[in-house]
Design a protein around this ligand. Structure first.
Ligand SMILES: [Zn+2]
Length: 446
């Protein structure tokens, strides 16, 4: 399939430019240039032409950390202490979900993300019920919507969690390998499968090593929640005699392919260690603020050249699903943490939510450039939130209303047109969510 996308402006390599056309062949960007030149390119012969007058093409955003099922719990346990929320909302409702419920959750979470300009989502998935049916239903939902997905399959063996979260080490390994074999797509990168030992509290050292070992064998990165809340540092010191990152680094794992999620309580030594060993970070500022977790020192990690992607985290700890919103949140939080309005710039956080996410997940996405997959977002230059138009990059990060997002392309295919999903009726998603959560309530005793 050959398509040319034409717009009045674009953001390429983090920089705004004027009228631009993007030539996509079989989902890959092969040329980005002035419209007349692209349309005259022999490779564009017979192409479908999608014209976006008064719009700008910006890169599709990358959500480096999410838990799709948590969108179903949105609002049900808000403003509670974390452990109460976990007991009264998460552990109460999540075991009720079957594969069809997981598909509903994924259509809901991913559909809403697409409408907010997210084109790649990494779903850190721990409701596996000892098998792969739930993860498969989640991947199929992303496929149905036309979204790019990384399924980070969880490795979990902490006996404080519901039984449906847990597996013995050999089962987790076998299930990961089967899921990876079935879905991992090295050609168009529409589906990736990574291992994800849950955390120091959710996975034993043997489980963490097994997850990292699977990553080594499969040639993919691995994910782990680390130092999200302050008590986790104390717990690590007590159980392992070391802070979180050194404790994990002391295992038989490759930090060079590790994606640490959160890292709010990494101290200077841990930040230096992460940089030294080539580790990466999935940063979720909205969730960290919502839960009162703490503030990761992103300014320092950025200076140390640690690759950073942005994540929304689950839909009930944020409670938004927009990476463009995370960019703004990330910048504001870092500025206030340092009481320095120059601590970080719009350009830096825009890169984190696009190319940074691509680098962290090892995917050719996040820029409107030759060699990238064709994941694009069109924004309305007449929307008042994007004016004055000459400050497009700053306005995209700090001022954008989601209303300005009109069209979304994944792998060369239009999956949102004129603010509507093209593949799945939004009314179907709304009905499924209403039906499934009809009896879900906030616990009055919580
Ligand atoms: Zn998480």
């Amino acid at each position: 399939m050959i398509t040319v996308f034409v717009a009045d402006a674009a953001v390429c390599g983090g920089v705004a430019r004027g009228p631009t056309a993007v030539l996509a062949v079989d989902g890959a960007i092969v040329r980005v240039d002035d419209p007349a030149d692209v349309l005259a390119d022999p490779r564009a012969a017979g192409a479908a032409v999608v014209r976006w007058p008064n719009k700008a093409i910006v890169p599709g955003t990358v959500n480096a950390h999410n838990h799709s099922f948590q969108s179903l719990l949105r609002g049900i346990g808000d403003d509670l202490p974390f452990l109460v929320w976990r007991e009264k909302a998460l552990y109460r409702y999540s075991p009720r979900l079957d594969a069809d419920g997981m598909a509903t959750a994924a259509l809901f979470a991913f559909g809403e993300m697409l409408l907010h300009g997210v084109t790649t989502v990494c779903d850190f998935y721990y409701l596996n019920a000892g098998g792969n049916d739930h993860a498969a239903a989640t991947i199929e939902a992303a496929r149905r919507l036309g979204m790019r997905i990384v399924l980070a399959r969880c490795f979990y063996d902490w006996d404080g969690a519901p039984a449906s979260y847990r597996e013995p080490v050999p089962t987790a390994v076998a299930n990961f390998e089967a899921l990876h074999r079935r879905y991992h797509d090295r050609d168009r990168h529409l589906v990736s499968v990574h291992p994800a030992p849950h955390s120091q509290h959710g996975a034993t050292p043997a489980m963490i090593e097994a997850g990292a070992g699977c990553a080594r064998d499969a040639g993919v990165p691995w994910h782990i929640h680390l130092a999200e809340e302050q008590y986790q540092v104390a717990q690590s010191l007590e159980r392992f005699g070391q802070r979180p990152l050194p404790a994990v680094a002391g295992l038989d794992v490759d930090l060079g392919r590790m994606i640490a999620v959160h890292g709010c309580w990494f101290d200077e030594g841990e930040r230096a260690l992460l940089a030294e060993r080539g580790g990466r970070l999935a940063y979720c500022p909205g969730s960290n603020m919502f839960l009162g977790d703490g503030i990761t020192d992103i300014v320092d990690l950025h200076q140390r050249k640690v690759p950073i992607g942005l994540g929304t985290d689950g839909g009930c700890s944020n409670n938004r699903v927009s990476v463009l919103d995370e960019m703004r949140t990330a910048a504001l939080l870092q500025k206030v943490a340092r009481t320095d309005g120059q601590a970080i710039a719009a350009e830096d956080v825009l890169a984190m939510g696009t190319t940074g996410g691509g680098a962290v997940l090892e995917l050719p996405v996040g820029d409107v450039a030759v060699g990238m997959r064709c994941d694009l977002v069109a924004v309305d230059l007449d929307d008042l939130s994007l004016l004055p138009a000459q400050a497009l990059v700053k306005n995209l990060v700090y001022a954008l209303s989601p209303r300005a997002i009109t069209d979304v392309v994944v792998d060369g295919e239009v999956v949102v047109a004129d603010r509507q999903l093209t593949r799945v009726p939004q009314a179907e998603i709304a009905l499924r969510v209403r039906t499934l959560t009809r009896d879900w309530r906030r616990d009055p005793e919580a």
